[in-house]
Design a protein around this ligand. Structure first.
Ligand code: IPM
Ligand code: MN
Length: 359
């Protein structure tokens, strides 16, 4: 089949890791007889440098015309250390999510048996943990009204949610729970926030339509603790934008490295796939960044396009690289492979899974 894939390498290690994901996609195209056309577009600090705009109009057009978008990473320390900057790289990603209506961000987290000892958490706590975090992505405090007083002494960020925004998210999360272990946990702060109380009320109503799914509610502070104490209790977690951002980074500890977590952002028309990690400026250009999160994002992209076996072939190759220790230094401090060598291994394994020479 033919598909148009927009690639936004972005900042920092973004270009290095997306290049490896592209190798995996090309191997899949070869192996399964598909044809992918890639169109590269700019976003983030690199786009500000080139055009003054973190999300150039052309990038938005390319994304809208694509069947799926593969995105690398965004951010640059020169903006992080300048709180007065009016134009910021992250605005590019936030605008893209909003413009394309990518309201649902899915972040699967699991403990890979091959990596259990990489996590600082005890084996018995994490072994078997497997959850999917459903993070609302185009509402809440990220997109509320922002204000800074003229004298610079008071700042505010508004947080609002509508029943409509909560409802469309909740249905997707309940459907996923039905396909998994049939448990959904809503993470909120309903003892304090009005928006959280609206989430709880709305989700309680919607739950009646999914009698086979067990629902529970956790305050976000408790959820943060439970994530470390007993992560196996979670199946599908449904939560608002900011809480989802925070607990998904926390959950990455279970997998042994944030360099492994992929995500899908979906809406009504378009879909974007990206690692949950950032631009990791300290590693840029050194060939040490873990490309597996980007490669697994490519697998999610293929599944979204309906290419199940193709997606599974990437995931199997990733499992194999973990099993054989063909990984970057975050997972294997001694004798690691470079970013690009891991990408080569994955592509090669997709094409020749039976080749035993590499063992
Ligand atoms: C993420 C990132 C983004 C977010 C940043 C880069 C705006 O941390 O995708 O988790 O906060 O959503
Ligand atoms: Mn984040």
């Amino acid at each position: 089949m033919d598909f148009n894939i927009a690639i936004i390498p972005g900042d920092g290690i973004g270009p290095e890791v997306t290049a490896q994901a592209k190798k995996a996609l090309e191997a899949v195209a070869d192996e399964y007889g598909h044809h992918f056309t890639y169109t590269e577009a700019m976003m983030g600090a690199c786009a500000i440098d080139a055009t003054g705009n973190p999300l150039p109009e052309e990038t938005l057009d390319i994304c809208e015309a694509s069947d799926a978008i593969l995105f690398g990473a965004i951010g640059d320390p020169k903006y992080d250390n300048d709180p007065t900057a009016k134009v910021r790289p992250e605005q590019g990603l936030l605008r893209l999510r909003k413009s394309l209506g990518l309201f649902c961000n899915v972040r699967p987290v699991k403990a890979y048996e091959q990596l259990i000892d990489n996590s600082p958490l005890k084996r018995e706590i994490i072994s078997g943990a497997d959850m999917s975090i459903y993070r609302e992505l185009t509402g809440g405090i990220y997109f509320g009204e922002k204000h800074l007083s003229d004298d610079g002494q008071v700042a505010s960020d508004g947080c609002s949610y509508s029943v409509k925004e909560i409802t469309r998210m909740a249905h997707l999360a309940f459907k996923e729970a039905q396909n998994r272990r049939k448990k959904l946990t809503l993470v909120d702060k309903a003892n304090v926030l009005e928006t959280s109380r609206l989430w709880r009320k709305t989700v309680t109503e919607i739950a009646k339509g999914y009698p086979d799914v067990a629902v529970d509610f956790l305050f976000v502070d408790n959820a943060a603790m439970q994530m470390i104490l007993n992560p196996k209790q979670f199946d599908v977690i449904l939560t608002e934008n900011l809480f989802g951002d925070i607990i998904s980074d926390e959950a990455s500890v279970i997998g042994g490295s944030i360099g492994l977590l992929a995500s899908a952002s979906v809406g009504t028309e378009n879909a974007l796939f990206e690692p949950i990690h950032g631009s990791y400026p300290q590693a840029t250009g050194k060939g040490i960044a873990n490309p597996l999160a980007s490669i697994l994002s490519a697998a999610m992209l293929l599944r979204h396009l309906g290419l199940q076996d193709e997606a599974a072939s990437i995931e199997t190759a990733v499992e194999k690289s973990l099993e054989l220790g063909f990984t970057t230094e975050d997972l294997k401090p001694e004798n690691p492979l470079s970013t690009s060598k891991v990408g080569d291994f994955i592509a090669d394994y997709i094409l020749n899974p039976e080749d035993t020479n590499r063992n």
